[in-house]
Each structure stands twice: as structure tokens, then as C-alpha cells.
Ligand binder design. Structure first.
Ligand code: SIN
Length: 475
């Protein structure tokens, strides 16, 4: 199909239709794109059986074959880049230029794992006597199930499915009900690329809880991978406990973005604009608490205010747009509540608070933010720059680390000793130094503390789908 819009789940290489349907809406126009079928219990069970059968077939493949299949998938995704990007802007709302960027980013995981598929090395272990030979090697975990969010509808899927397939695992994906169309299109293209039938199944559903329970309860599913909120992640982890599944959890963040007074301020502002306004601020790695050393606070605010005022907020398909709509009206309501709570507690607003209608949120700056405000503790997930002045390094480190989350952190400094000290002291899984965009398929993405378990991307991402087997031979 030329527009790659499909409206049913995808199981065992075929579309699976049900009578119950729900609408996937364009967040910019609030109009329906298409009615998709909501999976039933029978469909979930069919996907589990299909994935189990596919895993048996995958065992007969070798790493080179899987690598070549992944490379064909990569090529198809790139061939359909424009169509997929348009589909993404339609269902997710982000500006088309960002969607095009996400297709490259998402396809990058497929290409990377096509390469890494061939590199799942084992070990030869020096024995402790002359009568034994000790080795260990890696085998695929088996059937994997995953739930992905709406904010990056392609990249969050490929960075799970590509390493799983590279390892030789089959996958059952439940994408967000707000953005299932990109996921179905990806599964369709994977099938065209020659994926083993049943190795990549997509379950479309509005009932994430029910589908999640069926997948976590299943003995067949040996690994569960989730990207989303910490609250849901905790629930899924507890559900996975009964069958002791391997898990990867990419959960919430509350990223500090620190500008020290010795930073190159113009560079810091560019980095901050990128770290804050990518995807309208709807990213777990988005800069959330902007700490600015007090003696450069005015300079930063004077320079960044006109840049923020110049951001164009509109439908992601319009020329020159920087900020698309938030995913749905409730998301905007939540952002506005956070702003209002901060203002009620003494913060100051810079910017235009005019209501742009629908789910469109104007970007604004909130200064004089303190730890008493909700906006300090919650992921804003919107285009709001939350500014907290600080006086010295020790103070900003204590503030940065004093949250339950530890996903990404950023800082700008030109002092090499400070760069080493601060990067070691920040309790976060990923650190951007003089850089506001750190995500990269070749690097390990993941958090510490309540931001998650495991890593996606890099050579580490393949191990998430492999079990280590130790072999001891007496000779
Ligand atoms: C996220 O933070 O939600 C994922 C973004 C990324 O991969 O860069």
C-alpha cells in the first residue's frame, strides 16, 4: 500500500481484524486518521503461539542470515522514509523535519543491529586445572514482548525489535494506542524484508492493561521490554515476577541541564533549545530542570527569550514549524496545571501564555522555580523551560541528584577539571557535556535509579536479548 496506512493488528505475517474499532486521531486537527481494530483475547493468544513457532524457526537461522534480513528491512524503511515520516507527523504531531530525522534515527538501530548480529561472541575461560575446558556462549532468550510509547513511534520500536531479531528472538509488540500506525507499517516492511513469519507481531489495542497482563502472565514470553512511565514500569515489573522474566525498562526522567558560569553561553543556549524543544519537550531525556549559575542568569535569559519567542507553533506539516501539538488535549491540560502551580507558588512567567487552541502549547519560560513546585519534580513533557538559579557546583550537584530518577543529565562547562568532577558525580545513566542531543543507535541508552533497568542501543543492547550459557568439559 503506497501510504503504508494499515488498520489491523499484524500477526504471523498477516493482518488480524476484529469488529471492535477505535479511532487514531491526528493531534493537530483532532480528526480521525483511520479506525483501527482493537485486538481481542484470541488475537493475543494467536500472537503468542505465532511468536513461539517463529522462535523455533529462528533457531534454524544463522547470524549472517538475520543480519541480511535486517539490512533489507533497513533499506525498505529508508526507501519509504518520506511516507513513514508523513505518517508519523499525522499520528504523533511532531514537525515533519523531526519525523524525517526520527526515521533516520530509528533506521539507524536496524542497521546497527544488522551489523552487531554477527558479533555476539562467547568466551574461552582459562581453566583452573588441566582436565577441563571452559567456555561460554550466547543464545537468544526466546519470545519477547514489549510495550512502546507514542513520543517516538518508530525509534522506540526499532531499538527493541532490531536487537531482538539480531539475537534470534521473536517479538510481540503492543505500541501506544495513539501511534499504532507507524508500528504496523514497520512490521509490514519487516515482513516484506523476509522476517520469519511470526517473528514480529503487532497488537493494536486501547486496553494496554489487559494486553500487558496477558503478555506478562504468559510462560511462553521469556523477556519483557517497556518504554514509558516509571509508575507503569513498576506495575509491569511486578507482573513479570511471577514467571521470572528478564526485563528491560526505559522509564521516566527528570533531566537537569546545568549552565556553569564558565560555559560558552551561546553554545549552551543552542544545546538547551535542542534538549528542551525536541518533540515539543515530549521526551524522557528532555531537559527538565534548567540550572543556571546566578552570575550568568540574566545573560542566558536575555539571549534565549527572543529565540523562544521566534519558535513557530503549528501543524507539523506547515513550512518552518518548530513546535507541533502535544499528543492530546489532556497532555496540554497537565502542562498548564504545572505552570499554574508554579506561578501560584511564586515563579515568574516569561513568554506568551495565549491559548493557541487544541493541543497546541506555546513555549514559555518559568523562572525562580523552587523545589516546592510540582514542575520541579514532574516530567513536564511540554515546551516549558523551567529555570532554577544556583550559586556553586556543590549546590547544583546536590539539587540535580536529589530526585528518584537518573536517566539523562546535561551540563555546559569549559573547565576540564569540573567536566570530570561533575560527570562522575551526576547520578544519571547518560551525560551530555557541551551537547544537548545525545541519543545515538551506537551508544547505550538507559537510566539508573527509578529511570530503569538495562540498556538499548550500542553493543550492550544486543545482550538484553541473549542468555549466557556456560559449558564445562572434562577431558
Ligand atoms: C525518550 O527520551 O523518550 C527517547 C528519546 C530518544 O531516544 O532520544
Amino acid at each position: 500500500m503506497s501510504n503504508l496506512i494499515f488498520s489491523d493488528s499484524f500477526i504471523n505475517g498477516e493482518f488480524y481484524k476484529t469488529d471492535t474499532r477505535f479511532s487514531v486521531d491526528d493531534p493537530a486537527t483532532e480528526k480521525s486518521i483511520v479506525n483501527v481494530s482493537d485486538i481481542d483475547e484470541q488475537g493475543v493468544n494467536k500472537a503468542i503461539t505465532a511468536a513461539q513457532g517463529a522462535f523455533s524457526k529462528l533457531k534454524a537461522t544463522n547470524a549472517t542470515e538475520r543480519s541480511e534480513t535486517l539490512m533489507r528491512w533497513y533499506e525498505l524503511v529508508i526507501k519509504h522514509k518520506q511516507t513513514l515520516a508523513e505518517l508519523m507527523t499525522k499520528e504523533q504531531g511532531k514537525p515533519l523535519k523531526e519525523s524525517l530525522g526520527e526515521i533516520d534515527y530509528g533506521a539507524g538501530f536496524i542497521k546497527w543491529y544488522a551489523e552487531e548480529a554477527k558479533r555476539s561472541y562467547g568466551d574461552v575461560i582459562p581453566a583452573t586445572d588441566n582436565n577441563h575446558r571452559l567456555t561460554s556462549f550466547k543464545q537468544p532468550i526466546g519470545v519477547v514482548a514489549g510495550i512502546t510509547p507514542w513520543n517516538f513511534p518508530v525509534a522506540m520500536v526499532t531499538r527493541k525489535v532490531a536487537p531482538a531479531y539480531a539475537a534470534g528472538c521473536s517479538f510481540i509488540l503492543k505500541p501506544s494506542e495513539h501511534t499504532p500506525l507507524c508500528a504496523i507499517a514497520l512490521a509490514y516492511l519487516a515482513d516484506q524484508a523476509g522476517f520469519v513469519k511470526g517473528a514480529f507481531n503487532v497488537l493494536v489495542s486501547q486496553n494496554a492493561k489487559k494486553v500487558g497482563e496477558m503478555l506478562t502472565d504468559s510462560e511462553v514470553v521469556r523477556k519483557f521490554t517497556f518504554t514509558g512511565s516509571t509508575g507503569v514500569g513498576k506495575q509491569l515489573l511486578s507482573q513479570c515476577a511471577s514467571t521470572i522474566k528478564r526485563t528491560s525498562m526505559e522509564l521516566g526522567g527528570n533531566a537537569p541541564f546545568i549552565i556553569f558560569d564558565n560555559a560558552d553561553i551561546n553554545d549552551a543556549i543552542d544545546g538547551l533549545m535542542a534538549a528542551k524543544f525536541r518533540n515539543s519537550g515530549q521526551a524522557c531525556v528532555a531537559a527538565n530542570r534548567i540550572f543556571i549559575q546566578r552570575n550568568v542568569l540574566n545573560e542566558v535569559l536575555e539571549k534565549i527569550t527572543p529565540k523562544i519567542a521566534a519558535l513557530k507553533v503549528a501543524n507539523g506539516f506547515e513550512e518552518g514549524v518548530d513546535i507541533g501539538p502535544l499528543i492530546y488535549p489532556k497532555a496540554k491540560e497537565k502542562v498548564q496545571q504545572l505552570i499554574q502551580d508554579a506561578l501560584n507558588k511564586g515563579a515568574t512567567l516569561i513568554g506568551d501564555q495565549r491559548d493557541l487552541g487544541g493541543s497546541f502549547q506555546n513555549p514559555v519560560i518559568i523562572t525562580n522555580v523552587t523545589t516546592h513546585m510540582d514542575i520541579y519534580h514532574q516530567e513536564v513533557f511540554g515546551p516549558v523551560l523551567t529555570v532554577i538559579p544556583f550559586d556553586n557546583e556543590a549546590e547544583v550537584l546536590a539539587l540535580s541528584n536529589d530526585v528518584p530518577y537518573g536517566l539523562a543529565a546535561y551540563f555546559y562547562s569549559q573547565n576540564i577539571k569540573q567536566i570530570h568532577r561533575v560527570s562522575e558525580a551526576l547520578e544519571f545513566g547518560m551525560i551530555g557535556i557541551n551537547e544537548g542531543v545525545i541519543s545515538n543507535p551506537v551508544a547505550p541508552f538507559g537510566g539508573v535509579k527509578q529511570s530503569g533497568l538495562g540498556r538499548e542501543g550500542g553493543h550492550q543492547g544486543l545482550n538484553e536479548y541473549l542468555e549466557e550459557k556456560y559449558v564445562c568439559i572434562r577431558i
